[in-house]
Write a protein that binds this ligand. Structure first.
Ligand code: UTP
Length: 225
């Protein structure tokens, strides 16, 4: 299968968790060796937010802050490349064209952000659309999509499936600012909707969940398109 994995910001705390990156690398290797074509999109994580907040206080514009977030996501992508060694394409694509030019290498392609104005979730959706991916997996630190933010509302319920409309409603309260494009941003949702990309949101605190969702086990939240 052609699989795009967005590895969320939780995997990139300021104090880098090499063990977590290593355990994801093992899963990526396993998937690659069993014949799946993988693209990994790294989020910006805590460092992106630290840099963005500092630059904002220094007077930077939102698009400048977005660019900082993109740079940090590419640094995180480099860490994944380091953990995958020769299995990964050595270059981080900075455009869809560059991404396509790496496809013949038959390696795992690892990348970060592309353009200001959206999140790495939108990048993952754009890549999934471009290659007609069989699966887009958004790896986060929550079990899936809840009726409300589970960190703030203990009565929030986990949804096994969510329609695009429900998703838009749940996410409508989120801000659209550098560093705060939560879970899925507007562009990501629109791309998933227009190309009916099979999309799952899963908890990556246990990296084995990645294998489970690919095997078709009921896990996380499926987006109905
Ligand atoms: P993300 O917001 O996607 O990373 O990118 P994250 O914080 O790790 O996301 P979660 O937690 O998994 O949802 C970091 C920041 O980089 C900028 C945005 O400001 C974004 O908030 N960015 C990223 C862009 O402007 N364009 C991109 O293509 C990617």
């Amino acid at each position: 299968m052609k699989i795009v994995v967005k590895l969320g910001g939780f995997a990139f705390p300021l104090k880098i968790n090499e063990e977590l990156i290593k355990s994801f690398a093992l899963k990526f290797r396993e998937l690659h060796e069993s014949g799946h074509k993988l693209t990994i999109v790294a989020g910006g994580g805590e460092a992106a937010r630290v840099y963005i907040n500092a630059a904002r206080k220094l007077g930077a514009s939102e698009s400048f802050c977005d660019q900082l977030g993109i740079l940090v996501s590419r640094l995180n992508a480099k860490l994944i490349i380091a953990s995958l060694n020769e299995l990964a394409a050595p270059k981080i694509p900075e455009s869809l064209d560059e991404f396509q030019s790496l496809l013949p290498l038959n390696k795992i392609i690892v990348m970060g952000g592309l353009q200001p104005g959206h999140s790495t979730n939108a990048v993952a959706a754009l890549i999934a659309e471009l290659i007609k991916a069989d699966l887009l997996i958004n790896v986060t630190d929550v079990d899936g999509v809840y009726t409300k933010d589970p960190r703030k509302n203990p009565d929030a319920k986990l949804l096994e499936e969510v329609t695009i409309n429900q998703l838009q409603e749940i996410l409508s309260l989120n801000e659209v600012k550098a560093g705060t494009y939560k879970l899925l941003d507007f562009l990501a949702i629109k791309i998933i909707e227009r190309s009916k990309i099979p999309t799952w949101i899963i908890n990556g605190k246990n990296p084995s969940n990645l294998i489970k969702v690919i095997k078709g086990e009921k896990i996380g939240t499926k987006i109905l398109t």
